[in-house]
Design a binder for this molecule. Structure first.
Ligand code: RTP
Ligand code: MG
Length: 135
């Protein structure tokens, strides 16, 4: 398996719940290393650009409003199979469908306020990491 990098965002709901450390601890216990990190209040333009692939979807406006509702904690994570490993740690998009013990099952309230973002493929990981951290 290859060493990969993936983008993780701890979303405004989880930041407001004060569980950044608990979530990062799950990454670390799974041998994912935080190689970039920054606390940031996204502007509307930054959130719209980040989720541009979803701009025709009915939930796009709610998603952008939610992502700018408070600060987020953005990280690049590195490790073996990091992209899929992070997705497995996150659980399903809808926390009601997420496996017990996943981040979304434990910390998320709803499909809108679902605690974390994680890149879904090598191509999107590269674009998303460059979007926030350059190169
Ligand atoms: P993310 O991109 O945030 O890691 O989440 P994901 O891959 O699991 O889900 P995706 O399909 O990429 O959707 C991005 C975010 O949009 C919100 N969403 N709402 N109301 C809905 O039907 C709906 N579907 C998606 C979620 O907050 C999701 O994380
Ligand atoms: Mg996604």
């Amino acid at each position: 398996m290859a060493v990969e990098r993936t983008l993780s965002i701890i979303k405004p709901d989880a930041v407001a719940k004060n569980v950044i450390g608990e979530i990062v601890s799950r990454f670390e216990k799974a041998d994912l290393k935080v190689v970039e990190a920054r606390m940031q209040q996204l502007t509307r333009e930054e959130a719209e650009g980040f989720y541009a692939v979803h701009k025709e979807r009915p939930f796009f406006n709610d998603l952008v409003e939610f992502m700018i509702s408070g600060p987020v904690f953005i990280q690049a994570l590195e490790g073996e199979n990091a992209i899929q490993k992070n997705r497995d740690l996150m659980g399903a998009t809808d926390p009601k469908k997420a496996e017990p013990g996943t981040i979304r099952a434990d910390f998320a309230e709803s499909i809108d306020a679902n605690a974390v973002h994680g890149s879904d493929a090598p191509e999107t990981a590269a674009v998303e990491i460059a979007y926030f951290f350059g190169k």
